[in-house]
Design a binder for this molecule. Structure first.
Ligand code: HEM
Length: 468
């Protein structure tokens, strides 16, 4: 529930960012399963935000909830070989995304990561910048005919805009379907996939019917047909010896070889990766942009500064030397939105062998849960954790943030491959938007974050457009 406390020292209104109410104590098994189905964010007890470790026997088996930067570092970096993606996560993501880069393990993961890395180097991101700027212009033009006072679902608009970026960068051959329809299908797919069924949590076999779980087969058929067309077209181009094969995601996936065996990826692995990159690559950034615009609307003093920064820096366009680096307040806003509403709200791993985290014994097979949602709002790690204070990410202050207390993109070898891409895209789109438009929340709308694979506002984010 959104809470606004007004009676603060100095008379300054204090805005507490919307979050589901926190249960006072740990939930019983039935409430926990119901919570995971409705909104996993609402299952985190008050205590989770106060203590670094909670270890317990749950319906998921033995779990260790660790919100201590030292444990984060051990699991994701120092002792990473002892931790693999856990079964629940794989069960939830396997329809469609199975064996793509996000879910693959071992040698298959390594071969895919090595093959795709060239698309996300700092140089590659520089090369994508003009396409990101062109997408921002496209968005501004899309809104230009609209009158002041027009209500827009900013969540849907951001989804559409970030899909546009993907189409102009890593999928230059397009997605073979109407992009608006594609964005809506992806949103539905995540909505359905992300309702975590009790049977998945307790680990019942696949054949046990998941009653109540909404089917994703229509969406998967839609994606499958689009991907098949995309691949057929590319194979045709490849067969024509005069045509240059583009070095895009598809080209790299088709050229990927296992260094030991020389064998390429299977059709299913290629499909899973295309879907992974479309899903992981646009819903996440779209969410961060949506929350950024919402949060700006709640702090007019800061919004005025971000608008002034965009006006000053963008006088000579994004191409002016150092323009991106000078968008400091825009970047701080985006990073603070990623702190308060991390699109990947829960990360989890399974210990292969027994280990020790913060002096606690972790058994072989135990699930370790590290939730950026909790970590980023933890009382031991952040000052005024539930408030929107982008100042904490400004140069000179940001350096004090512990690398392992802030995990929007994860950490270690499995850190988000698209992190640098998303940051560049986020800063460009946000600056371009605030330069031309100002958005306020639609009157009466109650903002509630909900976790459905990615963290999103329940029912969208209706906002009122105003030209600047
Ligand atoms: C704000 C935007 C984004 C956020 C918050 C985000 C977050 C994350 C996180 C936390 C992980 C690690 C998951 C884990 O350790 O279990 C991850 C992995 C991944 N992300 Fe992102 N992501 C974003 C944007 C992108 C973009 C733009 C792309 C691609 C264009 C992308 C593609 C991927 C892929 C393929 C992986 C799996 C990497 C691997 O396991 O090797 N993400 N992302």
């Amino acid at each position: 529930m959104p809470v606004m406390e007004t009676a603060q020292a100095g008379g300054q209104a204090r805005f507490l960012t919307p979050a589901p109410p926190r249960p006072k104590g740990p939930l019983g098994p039935i409430s926990f399963l119901a919570g995971m189905w409705n909104n996993p964010l609402a299952t985190w007890s008050e205590e989770s935000f106060r203590v670094p470790y909670i270890q317990t026997d749950s319906v998921m088996g033995r779990i260790c909830i660790a919100h201590d930067p030292a444990a984060v570092r051990r699991v994701f970096v120092d002792h990473v070989a002892n931790y693999r993606k856990d079964k629940l996560q794989l069960r939830v993501l396997s329809p469609g995304l199975g064996n793509g880069l996000l879910t693959a393990e071992g040698e298959l993961w390594k071969a895919q990561r090595r093959a795709l890395a060239p698309l996300f180097t700092p140089r590659a991101i520089d090369a994508f910048q003009p396409a990101m700027v062109a997408s921002a212009r496209w968005l501004i033009e899309r809104w230009s005919p609209l009158r002041d006072g027009r209500r827009l679902d900013i969540a849907a608009e951001m989804s559409r805009a970030t899909l546009e970026v993907l189409q102009r960068t890593i999928f230059p051959a397009g997605l073979k379907r109407d992009p608006g329809e594609f964005a809506r299908a992806m949103s539905r797919y995540f909505e359905r996939l992300g309702q975590v069924h009790p049977f998945d949590i307790i680990g019942l076999p696949k054949w046990a019917p998941r009653i109540g779980k909404r089917d994703t087969s229509n969406e998967l058929t839609f994606f499958g047909e689009a991907i098949a067309e995309l691949l057929a077209e590319r194979r045709e181009t490849a067969a024509d010896s005069n045509a240059a094969t583009p070095r895009d995601l598809l080209g790299l996936l088709l050229a990927a070889r296992d260094p030991q065996t020389g064998i390429g990826l299977t059709e299913a692995e290629i499909n899973a990766n295309i879907l992974t990159f479309i899903g992981a690559g646009h819903e996440t950034t779209a969410g961060a942009l949506t929350w950024s615009l919402y949060l700006l609307s709640q702090r007019e003093d800061w919004r005025a500064q971000v608008e002034a920064e965009a006006a000053a820096v963008l006088q000579d366009g994004f191409e002016a030397p150092g323009a991106i680096d000078r968008l400091e307040k825009t970047r701080a806003t985006f990073e603070e939105a990623l702190r308060l509403y991390p699109p990947a709200a829960t990360l989890s791993r399974e210990a292969l062998e027994a280990d020790t985290l913060g002096g606690r014994s972790v058994r072989a097979g135990e699930t370790v849960i590290i939730s950026p949602w909790v970590l980023h709002r933890h009382q031991l790690l952040w000052e005024r954790p539930d408030e929107f204070l982008p100042e904490r990410f400004m140069p000179g202050v940001r350096e004090k943030i512990d690398r392992f207390a802030y995990l929007p993109f994860g950490a270690g070898p499995r850190v988000c491959i698209g992190g640098g891409f998303a940051m560049r895209e986020g800063v460009i789109l946000l600056a371009a938007i605030v330069q031309k438009f100002r958005f306020n929340l639609a009157p009466g709308h109650v903002v509630t974050p909900v976790q459905r694979i990615t963290l999103r506002p329940k029912g969208g984010m209706p906002m009122i457009l105003k030209r600047r």
